[in-house]
Write a new protein. Structure first.
Length: 413
C-alpha cells in the first residue's frame, strides 16, 4: 500500500460499525479511558476519542445525543492516554473541548485541570471557566452561538503526562458538558510521524475542505518539508483553490506548484512547501518541527470538483531528510469519526443551520505499531446537526500575525 521501504503503521484501530457509519476509532492524541473520582460525571461514555459533538448532558439539545449524565459541581473525572503527552515550549499542550451556551445563556463550569505522569501524583496546571467562551476573539462571529468550544492548557513544568484530572469547582446545574480531551504531542518514539485531519467545510454539493497537520515525531525527530495532494483516479484534473496556505508558528506550508484560485483551472496535483516568511520556499533542511502544527485560516479552504469528495485522492508527506510517506483517502484514512458544529453555514451575518460535517483522521509512524484501545463511544448521529466553527477545531497556535486559533477556518470563500 505504501511506496516506502520503512515499516509503516497507522496509529488507529479497527472501527466497529453501526450500519455503514464508523462508531468509534481512537488515535494517540485523544483520551482512551476515563473514570470517575467523585460523582458520576458521564465522561467515560461520551468524552473519549475525537471531538464528535456528543458530550456530557446533551439530551434535549436536538443534536441526536443520548447522555443524561451531569458532570456536576464537586465531581471529578480522570482521563488517561495510551501514550504520554509531551510538553512543547512556546505553545499549548492540551485542548479540552466542551459545549457552551450562546448569547443570553447563563451556563458555566469553573474547571480545575490537573496532570500526572503516573496516575497517582497530580499537579494543578490551569483552570478555566466555560462562560469565557461566549466572548473570545478566537471564536470571532461564533461568540453569540452555542457550540463545542475549546480551552487551551499548558503543562507548565510537567512532561510525559499520561493522566488528566478535571474537577468542576463551581457553576450552574447544567455542569461541565465535556466532549473530548486532546494532547497536542503524543510521545510516539518515531523519527517520522504525523497526524492529519481532513475537515469537510460544507455538507452539500460544495466539496470544500481544510487540512490540518501535526508533526508528532519524537523530540529531535525530523521536520516536515512538503505536503502534496494528488488526484490519482480518473478524471485526474479536479483540484482547485490550492493557493491556500497552512499557517504555523515558526513558518507556513505555502503553495509552490499548481497554485490555482477558486474557480480557476482544475489541476491533477498541488505541492505545498515550508516557508519561513510566508512568501518563498525556505532553504533546504528546515520544515515543520516535531511538536508543531499547521492549518488553514478560518476563511480559506481547498476545493475538489468531485462528487465523491476525496475519493481517489493520494497524499504525500515529505520530511526534510527525503523520507516520503504516501497514503490514500480510500484505503488509509479513518473517515467520519469526528463531527464539527457551526452555526454559520456562510460567513454573512444571518446564521444558517445545516447538518453534520464529518472530520477524517489519519496518523502515521515509521517504526513499529502503537496499540491504542478503542474506547466505548456513543454512536455518532448522522442526522440533522448545526455545524461547528473551525475557530474551535481543537488545535491552537500562537502565530506571528496574532492568528487566533489553530485550524480557524470557516466554509470557503
Amino acid at each position: 500500500m505504501f511506496s516506502q521501504s520503512r515499516i509503516s503503521a497507522l496509529i488507529w484501530v479497527t472501527c466497529f460499525a453501526i450500519g455503514s457509519a464508523p462508531a468509534g476509532a481512537q488515535i494517540a492524541s485523544f483520551a482512551s479511558n476515563a473514570s470517575d473520582v467523585s460523582g458520576s460525571t458521564g465522561a467515560s461514555a461520551v468524552a473519549l476519542g475525537v471531538p464528535d459533538y456528543f458530550f456530557v448532558n446533551d439530551v434535549g439539545l436536538g443534536f441526536g445525543g443520548t447522555s443524561a449524565d451531569i458532570f456536576d459541581v464537586g465531581e471529578t473525572a480522570e482521563l488517561s492516554f495510551a501514550v504520554p503527552l509531551l510538553n512543547i515550549p512556546m505553545q499549548h499542550d492540551l485542548v479540552v473541548s466542551a459545549f457552551v451556551g450562546g448569547l443570553g445563556a447563563t451556563d458555566n463550569a469553573n474547571v480545575l485541570v490537573e496532570v500526572s505522569s503516573d496516575g497517582t501524583s497530580f499537579v494543578a496546571v490551569a483552570s478555566f471557566d466555560t462562560q469565557d467562551a461566549r466572548n473570545r476573539s478566537q471564536d470571532r462571529q461564533e461568540n453569540d452561538f452555542a457550540g463545542v468550544k475549546h480551552f487551551f492548557i499548558e503543562f507548565g513544568s510537567e512532561n510525559f503526562v499520561t493522566h488528566i484530572r478535571l474537577t468542576n469547582l463551581d457553576g450552574t446545574s447544567k455542569g461541565l458538558r465535556l466532549d473530548a480531551v486532546e494532547g497536542l504531542h503524543p510521545e510516539v518514539s518515531s523519527a517520522h510521524a504525523f497526524e492529519i485531519r481532513f475537515e469537510r467545510k460544507r455538507p452539500d454539493f460544495y466539496m470544500w475542505f481544510s487540512v490540518q497537520i501535526k508533526n508528532i515525531s519524537e523530540p529531535g525527530g525530523v521536520a516536515i518539508r512538503e505536503f502534496r495532494m494528488v488526484r490519482s483516479a480518473a478524471p485526474t484534473a479536479e483540484l482547485q483553490n490550492t493557493r491556500r496556505t497552512l499557517f504555523g508558528v515558526d513558518g507556513d506550508l505555502i503553495c509552490v506548484e499548481n497554485c490555482t484560485p477558486n474557480g480557476g483551472p482544475l489541476i491533477p496535483f498541488s505541492r505545498h512547501a515550508w516557508s519561513l516568511d510566508g512568501l518563498v520556499e525556505a532553504p533546504a533542511g528546515v520544515g515543520l518541527d516535531p511538536g508543531r502544527q499547521v492549518a488553514g485560516a478560518r476563511d480559506e479552504t481547498f476545493d475538489i470538483d468531485n462528487t465523491d469528495y476525496l475519493a481517489g485522492m493520494t497524499f504525500q508527506v515529505i520530511f526534510v531528510d527525503g523520507f516520503v510517506h504516501e497514503f490514500t483517502y480510500d484505503d488509509d484514512v479513518v473517515k467520519a469519526i469526528g463531527s464539527l458544529y457551526q452555526k454559520y453555514l456562510y460567513t454573512h451575518a444571518a446564521p444558517v443551520e445545516s447538518w453534520n460535517r464529518p472530520v477524517d483522521y489519519y496518523q502515521f509512524v515509521d517504526d513499529g505499531v502503537i496499540s491504542v484501545p478503542v474506547p466505548t463511544l456513543s454512536p455518532p448521529f448522522y442526522g440533522l446537526l448545526v455545524l461547528l466553527s473551525l475557530a474551535s477545531t481543537g488545535w491552537f497556535i500562537r502565530s506571528r500575525s496574532d492568528r487566533a486559533s489553530f485550524g480557524s477556518a470557516s466554509p470557503g470563500s
